[in-house]
Design a protein around this ligand. Structure first.
Ligand code: SF4
Length: 273
């Protein structure tokens, strides 16, 4: 039976409304407009299907970790990194991507942090959207999407959600709480913690846990974001000429790193910044 369309929320959508601390200068609401309201336009769709370099590195790094654990004895084989390079077809990637992913694979073989863990779930990184969690908040219902990299069980059976990072991005605690909210629906009777591990520099955050009050506060915030996003889309469908009023541009240094700078009329080039 076909499900009625519902508003949705996710950590990724939240990020598009409110950047993490320290990334405010890169925030631009118009990026959300391109991604969410104009995604079917051919020029926008072409941009959305191609991964940026950081996305590509993140994806291949996740896949590399997954491959190590598909065949655990491989973790101890001398030529394991080489084999995974073949599986990932890494040689087809740009020099920068090859170099960084090769380093990540080498780091991981030297310090395979999941080697002795009871892994419950380990994502390949290229799966389709996960099944949404249907949340009822007050008189509103929305679909909540959470794509989790890895879950393992601690010795005392606490679920440990692990999020892999690459590059210099700081850990955003909001993401941790969002994952704990998802775990509270998937595994309602189990204690859970979340942590972040950077595959490039080996930084592993302290585990974060949450009380039910914190999770409730995050659920309310997600419900508001779902509502706000639905309203933005409704306004755009009603009058697409209002695009820049609904999704205001923030030209500046943000344009340099923006995937839409080739099609955005407000972009500011490096020369003029
Ligand atoms: S190019 Fe600049 S103004 Fe246009 S969407 Fe990107 S960041 Fe915003």
């Amino acid at each position: 039976m076909r499900q009625n369309w519902l508003p949705f929320a996710s950590y990724n959508l939240w990020l598009q409304y409110s950047p993490p601390i320290g990334k405010e200068h890169l925030h631009c609401d118009m990026k959300r407009g391109f991604t969410k309201a104009r995604s079917k336009e051919p020029a926008v769709a072409a941009i959305l299907v191609s991964d940026s370099i950081p996305q590509r590195i993140g994806l291949l790094a996740q896949r590399g970790v997954y491959e190590f654990h598909q065949n655990s004895p491989m973790l101890h084989q001398q030529d394991a990194v080489e084999k995974i390079v073949e599986i990932l077809e890494l040689r087809k990637e740009s020099d920068l991507v090859q170099q960084r992913v090769l380093q990540i694979l080498t780091n991981y073989q030297q310090n395979p942090i999941l080697a002795e863990k009871k892994i419950i779930q380990l994502s390949r990184g290229d799966e389709d959207f996960p099944e949404p969690i249907l949340i009822k908040q007050g008189n509103q219902s929305f679909n909540f999407y959470a794509a989790i990299d890895c879950i393992f069980a601690e010795e005392d059976n606490t679920l440990h959600i692990l999020d892999f990072k690459t590059g210099h991005s700081d850990f955003d605690r909001r993401q941790g709480y969002i994952y704990l909210l998802a775990a509270s629906y998937w595994y309602p009777n189990q204690k859970a913690v979340v942590s972040f591990y950077n595959l490039e520099n080996g930084n592993w955050s302290e585990p974060i846990s949450a009380t039910s009050n914190i999770l409730q506060a995050f659920q309310i915030e997600l419900a508001l974001i779902a509502q706000r996003h639905q309203e933005d889309l409704r306004r755009y469908r009603k009058n697409s000429a209002d695009f820049s009023k609904i999704f205001p541009q923030n030209p500046g240094v943000s344009c340099r790193y923006c995937s839409f700078n080739s099609i955005c009329e407000f972009t500011i080039s490096e020369a003029s910044t």
